[in-house]
Design a protein around this ligand. Structure first.
Ligand SMILES: [Mn+2]
Length: 303
């Protein structure tokens, strides 16, 4: 790679062990099929798609009693450690990195890698765009699904299987956007965490533009921004193919405005695209919107 050339690395992680509904393991295929490489190449990027990491098939997994109420935690931890390695190598080589999930548990690997990669080189900020809090622990989770524990795990609140790398995410390093569905004890924990949460009510009240500015202001000291984009943040009318759909999400234009504003900010270097479920989708609409949002985030402009 020459320094004048824009390059982006892509890692697929067909992970469906962090939740119960099958289908998100096909997310990487859906997003590729919708034209991710073509869209990025059209923006002048040199695209290095590294293919998919190995994820064991759910039906073949032997239940590990040590996982307790964090279902498949040991298997998820192994995949995320592989992703951690691949992501660190990608960050060293490419200007930007994209992780294609899979359920949201893949962000344990990608974000842990970003945090450790930047030790001594500047601060990391994470924008968590999601309908959910993903802030349960095995103790508080009603379902035991690890995709609902990822932020807590990144902060070091989950068992060792789900604790990856050296750096733990600090509350002031993350901002939530689009939240509208929290479990009871998760809500309590999130309130007490000191994390800046922009719920859908905040978005309705202030408008998306103002909310993104608030989020970027909160993360102003970061030199590297990571966007963890759960497609269920969008309204199900525009993104029906997601693992856990919740009404009342971001509209098509709000989502574009979010990505365009982040593109103008210029600090986003890594992105997770998660929870695309082609089985529940309508003619790959959600895969298509994931590609559109990525293009917007990485520099596509109307004018
Ligand atoms: Mn999520």
């Amino acid at each position: 790679m020459t320094s004048s050339q824009k390059s982006v690395g892509v890692l697929g992680v067909p992970m469906d062990l962090g939740q119960q509904r099958r289908g998100v393991d096909m997310g990487p295929s859906a997003v590729r099929y919708a034209g991710l490489t073509k869209a990025l190449a059209g923006l002048g990027y040199d695209v290095d798609d590294r293919g998919n990491l190995h994820v064991p098939v759910a039906e073949t997994l032997v239940h590990d009693p040590a996982d307790g109420n964090a279902h498949n935690a040991s298997a998820i931890g192994r995949v995320c450690r592989d992703l951690y390695q691949a992501m660190q190598a990608g960050l060293a080589q490419h200007e930007r990195m994209i992780t294609l999930g899979g359920d949201h548990s893949v962000s344990l690997g990608s974000i842990s890698a970003v945090l450790d990669y930047h030790v001594g080189q500047g601060d990391v900020g994470v924008l968590w765009v999601d309908a959910h809090g993903d802030f349960n622990t095995p103790e508080t989770s009603p379902s035991g699904n690890v995709h609902g524990m990822v932020v807590a795990a990144l902060m070091g609140r989950c068992p060792p299987a789900l604790t990856i790398g050296e750096c733990r995410l600090r509350p002031e390093q993350i901002v939530y956007l689009g939240v509208r569905d929290l479990d009871e004890r998760e809500r309590q924990a999130l309130r007490e965490s000191g994390i800046f949460v922009l719920t859908m009510s905040e978005l309705d009240k202030h408008g998306l533009g103002a909310c993104v500015r608030m989020a970027l202001d909160q993360l102003r000291d970061a030199t590297h921004l990571h966007v963890s984009f759960d497609l269920d943040s969008l309204d199900p009318s525009i993104a029906p193919g997601v693992g856990t759909a919740v009404p009342g999400g971001l509209s098509y234009r709000e989502a574009h405005l979010l990505m365009e504003t982040l593109a103008e900010d210029g600090r986003v270097r890594s992105l997770d695209i998660v929870e695309v479920n082609p089985i529940l989708d309508i003619a790959n609409k959600t895969g298509g919107i994931a590609v559109e949002m990525t293009a917007s985030l990485f520099g596509k402009r109307i004018l």
